[in-house]
Write a protein that binds this ligand. Structure first.
Ligand SMILES: [Zn+2]
Length: 242
């Protein structure tokens, strides 16, 4: 570990490992970022590496234009997802962009995410779709348009592509992505048996699942998955093996 490695880099590495453990890897694609505490830009992994391969030194500090200020390797082409969302937000400290199979399938099927479980209850307020995000988000203009679509929400489907989540910390942004994929998987399972006989209204779901909508709930999931990473590693499961 080099002397310049800091806590932010280690947290971003950990975020990727938690995503890998939870089955949200897509080979070398997908990324987690954290806002630089000194305001210089964002920390995120270099391209060409799977989440489980990344070490602290592979976490780059990018300025707001994507120039590498620290770390080894080249940035992901989709770094503007992170720079534009974090630059335009006063509340977000971390952004996740991944390609989870159930979320992609649910969005492609044109289904609205329904809250009918505790994991889905986190999203009782709804998760919107961004239909102009199927291609690579590899320019500042594309990143800014995506940031506009996300607004102050914590999650957004990119139809034909994947999802984006945001939160005040790596822990919350990562746990939100994990929960979103689980909620989508559960809904697709229900859809396979004819769907939900009596879906809750948004108001009902917001009330019933209120306890899931606090960050403490997400932090509990993060802490558990983080302990699993420390105890067991990410195992031998293949990406998208769910
Ligand atoms: Zn992508």
């Amino acid at each position: 570990m080099s002397a310049r490695v800091n806590a932010v880099q280690s947290e971003v590495v950990r975020g990727g490992r938690v995503l890998a453990l939870a089955g949200l890897s897509d080979m070398v694609w997908g990324h987690v970022s954290a806002r630089d505490p000194a305001g210089r830009g964002v920390w995120m992994k270099a391209s060409g590496l799977g989440f489980e391969e990344v070490t602290d030194d592979d976490i780059l500090l990018l300025d707001w234009d994507g120039n590498v200020l620290a770390g080894r390797g080249a940035p992901h082409r989709e770094y503007p997802i992170h720079t534009e969302i974090l630059q335009g937000s006063v509340t977000a400290g971390s952004v996740v962009h991944v390609h989870p199979p159930h979320a992609i399938a649910l969005a492609a099927a044109g289904l609205e995410l329904q809250a009918f479980s505790h994991v889905g209850g986190i999203f009782a307020g709804g998760v919107r779709r961004y239909r102009d995000g199927a291609g690579l988000i590899d320019s500042a203009a594309a990143g800014a348009a995506l940031a506009d679509a996300l607004k102050d929400d914590r999650a957004l489907f990119l139809t034909g592509h994947g999802v984006v989540t945001a939160g005040p910390s790596v822990a919350v942004a990562v746990a939100t992505a994990v929960m979103l994929e689980r909620a989508c998987e559960l809904q697709l399972l229900a859809e396979g048996y004819g769907g939900m006989a009596a879906p809750l209204t948004s108001d009902e779901a917001l009330r019933i699942y209120a306890h899931t909508q606090a960050d403490e709930h997400l932090l509990g999931a993060w802490a558990y998955l983080s302990r699993r990473v420390d105890r067991d590693g990410i195992g031998r499961s293949l990406p998208n093996a769910t």
